[in-house]
Design a protein around this ligand. Structure first.
Ligand SMILES: *Cc1c(COP(=O)(O)O)cnc(C)c1O
Length: 460
């Protein structure tokens, strides 16, 4: 153990004095005191009070192979000794970056064989925006600039990624939408449970996809560069679009000559039971964004994957004036290679599709049967959302003081389970390596927390 031996109260005090946390109210958090996580192994994390906590969120959707894997740790160690850094700007490259792009071309959807590396999902999406506009400029259509996204989409937190995403709270920070970049438009999300009303999911999926066509016609197809979407919305609440949605989006993009970007930052690397969510939903993207599970969060790395036909155009367009110091960082590439090999060697993608994913969803469905406040279980593979509702028959959600999500999340904390609350949904996204007995523990703990929440809301 390194020289980090303070007690919890000291950590909390120092944290309050010096640490500004992402997506947190600093004053409220300082008063409450943060939880200090000190170590992890497999599917569990430990806090400074010695609690062993089941990590139902895989860190932040990223720990696909679980914690403590020596293959990834040793890959980083070896690469640091051999070549800890070199850039890929000066007509140079290095073996880990080359090997990683080769491996990615094997596992990404057919036709995606070119990769541009960065350090985070946000930077990769910034890269998408720049490359998409560069593409249309080379094609002689520089007015094709606007990128269409969806309300409640998450594409990252840089200024461009925030503008691209559809998170209202983020848009309003710094002055009610006025601080955003121009050139981004949003359409409705395919969230049937809360927004579908009396329509069937299929009719609603079609309707939400056709909002893209309406938007394109309103702006003018000659001004629209691309559409971006997560195959399954993650941070928005694990929202699985109805089966009619993606085929219609695909048709509209093709009809109006609009590029399609699949943001695979969460869905990629096995989470939905295929290497990429595009495979699960039959999407044929021109660009894909990957990060998180790419290195299972052991080290920051991300990439943009580019379709062959698109790259051919970029290849003919002169210099690409874009890049980051850490584009293709050798240590990060070495860890990503070890991560992909770990997923392959342990057959994790197939296991998610045929064993662990079905087990997770069967267990959650079982939990839902007759539970008064669970309205639906959504998701695919190792990704699930539990929709909390006040009235199952009418799909009426909680409102005002009845913040079921926060109440349930607090019970999860007390019961040593990490589940995240997104509005009135509880989110589960465990390591792909989670065992059946660990999932049983997750179901038992989730039931305790749901029961306690229902009792607090006097619905049980
Ligand atoms: C997390 C996430 C991002 C942003 O990734 P960062 O590494 O946090 O910048 C982008 N898109 C999706 C779908 C994400 O879930």
């Amino acid at each position: 153990m390194r020289n980090f031996n303070r007690d919890t109260a000291q950590w909390q005090e120092l944290d309050r004095d010096h640490n500004v946390h992402p997506f947190s109210d600093p004053d409220a958090l300082g008063k409450q005191g943060v939880r200090i996580i000190t170590r992890a192994e497999g599917s569990y994390i430990w806090d400074s009070e010695g609690h062993k906590i089941l990590d139902g969120m895989a860190g932040l959707w990223c720990m696909n192979v679980g914690y403590g894997r020596k293959e990834l740790i040793e890959a980083a160690h070896e690469q640091m000794k051999q070549l800890p850094f070199y850039n890929s700007f000066f007509k140079t490259s290095h073996p880990p970056q080359i090997e990683l792009s080769r491996l990615l071309s094997e596992i990404t959807p057919k036709g995606i064989n070119h990769f541009f590396f960065s350090g985070s999902g946000s930077e990769a999406n910034d890269t998408n925006i720049r490359l998409v506009r560069h593409y249309w400029d080379i094609m002689g259509k520089p007015e094709k600039q606007t990128i269409i996204s969806r309300h409640n989409a998450y594409h990252g937190s840089t200024l461009a990624a925030t503008s691209l995403g559809g998170m209202e709270g983020m848009h309003n920070m710094g002055g009610k939408g006025s601080s955003l970049l121009p050139g981004f438009e949003h359409i409705g999300q395919p969230f049937w449970y809360l927004e579908g009303g009396d329509m069937t999911p299929e009719a609603f999926g079609l309707k939400r996809a056709q909002e893209l066509e309406e938007k394109i016609l309103k702006i003018g197809a000659d001004k629209v560069a691309a559409f971006i979407g997560e195959p399954i919305q993650g941070a928005g609440g694990v929202i699985v679009p109805p089966s009619t949605y993606w085929p219609e989006i695909q048709r509209i993009c093709k009809k109006y000559n609009i590029l399609l970007i699949a943001d695979e930052v969460i869905c990629g690397f096995g989470r939905t039971g295929n290497w990429f969510g595009s495979d699960t939903f039959g999407i044929k993207p021109d660009f894909i964004t990957m990060a998180k599970g790419m290195s299972s969060g052991y080290i920051p790395i991300s990439a943009v994957g580019i379709r062959d036909e698109i790259f051919e155009v970029l290849n003919s367009g002169g210099e690409i004036n874009h890049g980051y110091t850490y584009s293709g960082h050798p240590v990060a590439c070495a860890v990503a290679i070890a991560n992909i090999n770990y997923i392959k060697d342990h057959n994790l993608v197939e296991k998610v599709r045929t064993e662990s994913g079905p087990y997770l969803h069967a267990g959650l469905q079982n939990l839902m049967e007759n539970h008064p406040i669970v309205g639906e279980i959504r998701g695919r593979g190792m990704m699930a959302g539990i929709q909390l509702v006040k009235d199952r028959a009418t799909r009426t959600t909680f409102s005002g003081d009845e913040d079921a999500g926060t109440i349930c999340r607090d019970y999860c904390f007390k019961n040593d389970l990490i589940m995240r609350a997104v509005g009135q949904s509880m989110i589960i996204s465990p390591p792909l390596t989670i065992s059946k007995s660990e999932m049983d523990e997750l179901f038992d703990k989730a039931k305790i927390c749901l029961d306690a929440t229902a009792k607090d809301l006097r619905l049980m």
